[in-house]
Design a protein around this ligand. Sequence first.
Ligand code: PMP
Length: 404
Amino acid sequence: MKASVMPHLSSRILSINGSGSDGWGVFYRARAMVAAGEMVTELTIGEHDIRTHPAILDAMHRAAQAGHTGYATIPGITALRDAVAARITRNTGIPTARENVLITPGGQSALFAAHMACCNPGETALYIDPYYATYPGTIRAAGAVPQAIATRAEDSFLPDYDRISDAALAHGAASLLVNTPNNPTGVVYPRSTLEDIAHAALDHDLWVISDEVYETQIWEGAHLSPRALPGMDQCTLVVGSMSKSHAMTGSRIGWIVAPEHVIEKLSDLATNTTYGVPGYIQDAAVFALAQGAALEEEVAAPFRRRRALAMSILEGQNVVGHIPSQGAMYLMLDIRSTGMTGEAFANALLDTHRIAVMPGESFGAAASGHIRLAMTVADDSFAVALQTLCSFAGMLIPSDFAPA
Ligand code: PMP
C-alpha cells in the first residue's frame, strides 16, 4: 500500500490572492473595532445604507410563492433577457437582442465568466490600475495572467492609446478590462478615452470586458459604453449588475451582453458552473427594471447628495486634493501633501478619529498616496467625517509644505 500523502491543491486556487501587502489591514482593523463595540464611521465598502426596495422584495416573494423556486432556464428567463436587451438598446442605440444576453449571479461571476470566455490559460488579461480589488484575482481564477496598466493621478487616472497599445504588444494580451464609472476613482471615462480604448482594442485584436455596474450613478457628464463605438459590438463583453443600481447586492443578479456566439459558449460555462440564477430573483429583477429610471434615481440620490456635500467641504480647504468625482459611490482623495502613504494615513485616521477609509494602495500602486471614501453613511455623519479628515490632514502636513 502507498504511504498516504495529502492531495495537493491546484496552483490556480493557491495563487488567486497573489502576494504582498494590499492595504486591506485597515478595513479588517475597523471591522474588529466595531465587533468590539467601538463606534467607527465606516467609509470603506461599496454597499448602500438603504435596503432593497420593499416593492422588489414583494415581487420576489410573490414569485417564490407562485412556485418559481425550481431550476430556471440557463441563459436566463426570457422576460429578463428581453428586459436587459431593451434597456441596453435604449441606452446605447446598439440593437441588442435576447440572444446577446446571459443572466449571471451578479457582476462578479460575470467578470469571471467573461475572462473564461476570452482568455486561454496563461494568456495575458489587461486591466487598468487603480482597479476594483477583485480584478487580478478574478483573472487568475480564470487561469489567465493579470497585467496592470498604470495610470496617473495627474491624468485623472485615465488610460490612453499608447499605454494600452504598449501593454497589448508587450504581453500579447487577449483582453482588456475597463470600468466606467470607475471604482475606486469615481471618474467617468470621457468619449476620447473610450475612443482610445476602442482603437487599441481593434488594432491589437483585444476583447474589451467593460464593467458598467455603476452606469446609473452619474453626477457629471454621461455614461458611454465602449460597445456603442463603431465596430466594438463584435469584440466587447459588457458586465452589468443590479447590485448598485437597485440596491440588490445580496440578490446576486447581473448579466453579460456580448455577441450571440459568445453568449452561446457562456451558456455552456453556466450550465457547468452556476446552473443559472434563481427564478424568483430573476422575476424580481424583471419587476425592478420595469420601474424605470425613477427607482434607479431614488437609489442613487443619497450618493448624489453626499457628493455635493463633499464638494462644498473640499472647496473650503487646500490640503486634501480630489480626483474629479463624476460617478459611482466613491470619492478618491489625494493626501500626498501629508507626506504619508494612503495606508499610513488611513491607519492614523482610524486610531485618532475612529474613521475608517480605504488606502489607495488597496486598489493598486497607481493610487498610492490616496484614500478612497465610500459615501455610504448618513449625510450628517459623512459631512462630519470628511471635515474631521480634512482638519486631521491639515495638522499632519510638514511645515515646509506650500499648497499649489
Ligand atoms: N465591479 C465593480 C467595479 C464593483 O465595484 C463591484 C462590486 N463592488 C462589482 C463589479 C461586483 O458587483 P456584484 O457582483 O455585486 O454585481
